[in-house]
Design a protein around this ligand. Structure first.
Ligand code: DAT
Ligand code: MG
Length: 138
């Protein structure tokens, strides 16, 4: 088990002014921010990032949404980071997200759900490398 994961604050949460609130929940939960940047994905880049979902019915909507505005990408560090961060963000659908989770507090819907969190150590590495060079993540 690795001690790093990757997150994005999604366009809905950025547009609604929740960057500060979400970063506060992340640091209060004991994660160290290793690397962070605010940027915007083109449709092509969003499609590449979510390529694993390309056969799913919501793929087009997902790519359009994720390229609709700015995002904040970050690499986070904590013991058992992937699982600990998935617990902090809560269920994909905010209607099912537990009290105290980021999605319970900030997500608008299953599609506009405020944050991304990697689902495995392997994907955390791949996704972190998608946004950050080696020099940016020490
Ligand atoms: P998660 O982000 O919790 O890992 P996922 O990997 O299954 O969820 O899906 C990636 C994103 O795709 C998710 O955060 C929001 C969107 N999505 C998933 N299921 C959806 C659905 N049924 N309708 C619309 N968007 C959906
Ligand atoms: Mg996922």
């Amino acid at each position: 088990m690795s001690n790093r994961t990757f997150t994005m604050i999604k366009p809905d949460a950025v547009a609604n002014g929740h960057i500060g609130g979400i970063l506060n929940m992340i640091t209060e939960a004991g994660f160290r921010i290793v690397a962070m940047k605010m940027t915007r994905l083109s449709g092509e880049k969003a499609g590449e990032f979510y390529a694993v979902h390309k056969e799913r019915p919501f793929y087009g909507e997902l790519v359009e949404f994720m390229s609709s505005g700015h995002i904040v990408a970050a690499i986070l560090e904590k013991d058992n980071a992937v699982e600990a961060f998935r617990n902090l963000i809560g269920a994909t659908n905010p209607a099912n997200a537990a009290e105290g989770t980021i999605r319970k507090k900030y997500a608008e819907s299953i599609g506009r759900n405020a944050v991304h969190g990697s689902d495995s150590d392997e994907n955390a590495e791949i996704e972190g490398n998608f946004f950050f060079s080696g020099l940016e993540k020490f």
